[in-house]
Design a protein around this ligand. Structure first.
Ligand code: MN
Length: 213
């Protein structure tokens, strides 16, 4: 496994930390959570709405952008485009990335918890392109798999996120059923409003489309 510092190079290169409130990855979060591995899903209304799925591994957050968000239905495969590793502190970020900056738009902490790999050798699973894991989140639970489908043209591979059949599988549309932040209880429009963001744009990502509650 490459070290965390080297793997955050791309993350840092893309961002101006004088201009964006996102963490630069220089401070380490307080230790003490033992062997627990963090997982986070951020709802991010950049140029397009997507959900950023992040798994703590090797001192960073491995990251995938999922345009349609996770599905609880095992027959639905959701495209997950791998993106640059993010610092662990990103797992606490909710707010607005200013216009003109990379990923400009509203970011919500949509789900958070811990994840447990189903096979002990995560490095081998990632290399093989078949990572099975259990999520212990506030919204997402049970067994899931990320399957790599191809290596993208720009270097980062594409994967599919698929729910395994278990008692947490469902045909419920989880994004619409549980639209609020797990950190603050806010909707996208509330976050934009509190942080000088584009409230009208953020509101289109909330249930009901364009109305603020
Ligand atoms: Mn994103």
């Amino acid at each position: 496994m490459k070290n965390a510092k080297a793997s955050l190079e791309e993350y840092r290169r893309k961002r101006d930390f004088q201009a964006t409130p996102e963490p630069d990855g220089s401070s380490r979060p307080a230790a003490g959570s033992g062997d627990d591995l963090l997982f986070v899903i951020q709802k991010h209304h950049a140029s397009r709405l997507h959900y950023d799925f992040r798994l703590e591994w090797g001192g960073v957050l491995l990251s995938w952008a999922i345009p349609k968000g996770p599905s609880l239905d095992p027959s639905v495969k959701r495209l997950a485009a791998q993106v640059e590793d993010h610092p662990l502190e990103y797992g606490g970020f909710e707010g607005v990335i200013p216009e003109g900056e990379y990923g400009a738009g509203t970011v919500m902490l949509w789900d958070r918890g811990r994840w447990v790999p189903e096979a002990p050798d995560v490095v081998a699973a990632l290399r093989k392109g078949d990572l099975k894991f259990t999520l212990y989140g506030e919204k997402l639970h049970g067994s899931w798999v990320l399957v790599r489908t191809r290596f993208g043209s720009s270097g980062k591979p594409q994967w599919l996120l698929i729910k395994h059949r278990d008692k947490y599988a469902s045909s419920q549309g989880i994004e619409a059923a549980k639209p609020r932040s797990v950190a603050s209880g806010r909707l996208m429009a509330d976050i934009a409003s509190a942080d000088h963001g584009d409230v009208a744009k953020a509101a289109t990502a909330d249930p009901g489309g364009s109305h603020v509650r």
